[in-house]
Design a protein around this ligand. Structure first.
Ligand SMILES: Cc1cc2nc3c(=O)[nH]c(=O)nc-3n(C[C@H](O)[C@H](O)[C@H](O)COP(=O)(O)O)c2cc1C
Length: 305
């Protein structure tokens, strides 16, 4: 009988699926609902110290092979978010990952220190959002030194194990992975959205997103995500949450074969509904059953052999 349980650092997920950051993750009650619907772990939307309204609409649009978004890191700020994450931690049947972001190293440390009050199972450090570049400059994740500086600052203050979320928009993701692991990252999440990209409405001859550009997600980015996870697995020895274009069980298996310990799902909630976590788990189970795999661990990284 295949076993979907997945050991991730100091916790065991009931299955390898994880709700990715930014999808149904603003409120504690929605995180709990996704966990009840079958996610092995759930991640909050990224939280910063202060309230941010994000970009004006339109902030998300579907194209032939995925989604493009420029939400602009909207957040209620740390005070409201602490009560939402606390609610999720108390009521969720699955581990809760609190995602944080900031505009500089010092504020990454401050927001990470405050989130301890909510007692999340893990903290995820979003150093990789590509759709606020005009506001924040290049994402931290594009430079090994700044990636390491943020990681060690968060690591010094966080009571929870630290997951660092990387960007695919770099020439050598192995370099960034090594720098964050050397700086103390307990795990890596890869990837954030690809881009930025642009979609133009040919009737008005204008970009659709108010921000003009946004991060690309969904099926279009899966091969990039699989390659990033493959590269990271070959470079460092920490668990990886593989994210990017995972829509069904076969996509999740690809991620696990590339080296992922757990598999993030974001855009597929749009395609397959909130039941996507149970559906993907069932599809993974069926594949394992027909291919004689008994555990997720046994499948991890097989593409490297
Ligand atoms: C609407 C939207 C909002 C997002 N917001 C965040 C965020 O706040 N923090 C973050 O780390 N990633 C954010 N992401 C990126 C996702 O967590 C994920 O890394 C990316 O979408 C690729 O996975 P997918 O193809 O399964 O969607 C967001 C993605 C989307 C589509």
């Amino acid at each position: 009988m295949p076993n979907l349980e997945t050991a991730f650092l100091n916790k065991t997920f009931s299955n390898p699926t994880v709700l990715s950051s930014g999808i149904l993750g603003v409120y504690g009650s929605s995180l709990v609902r996704v966990a009840i619907e079958g996610a092995g772990a759930v991640t909050s939307k990224s939280i910063s110290l202060n309230y941010r309204s994000g970009h004006p609409n339109p902030i998300i649009v579907e194209f032939e092979a995925g989604l493009i978004n420029a939400v602009g890191l909207s957040t209620h700020g740390i005070d409201d978010s602490i009560s939402e994450i606390s609610y999720a931690v108390k009521n969720s049947p699955s581990p809760v990952i609190a995602s944080v972001f900031a505009d500089n190293v010092e504020n990454f440390a401050l927001v990470s220190q405050r989130i301890n009050e909510a007692n999340p199972d893990f903290i995820e450090v979003n150093i990789s959002c590509p759709n606020v570049e005009s506001e924040f400059g290049k994402p931290f994740a594009t430079d090994p030194k700044t990636s390491a500086a943020v990681t060690s600052a968060v690591k010094k203050v966080s009571k929870a194990p630290v997951i660092v979320k990387l960007s695919p928009n770099v020439p050598n993701i192995k370099l960034i992975a090594k720098s964050v692991v050397d700086a103390g990252a307990d795990a890596i999440c890869a990837i954030n959205t690809v881009g930025p990209g642009m979609v133009i409405d040919i009737e008005s001859a204008k970009p659709i997103l108010s921000n003009k550009v946004g991060g690309v997600s969904g099926p279009a980015i899966k091969p990039v995500a699989v390659r990033c996870v493959y590269d990271i697995f070959s470079e460092v020895d920490v668990p990886i949450i593989g994210v990017g274009g995972v829509t069904n069980g076969s996509d999740a298996i690809e991620m696990i074969f590339a080296g992922a310990t757990a598999v993030g799902i974001g855009s597929a909630v749009h395609y397959r509904g909130i039941g996507v976590f149970k559906k993907v788990s069932k599809e993974i189970f069926r594949f394992m059953d027909t291919h004689d795999y008994s555990s997720i661990e046994e499948m991890r990284g097989l593409a490297h052999e």
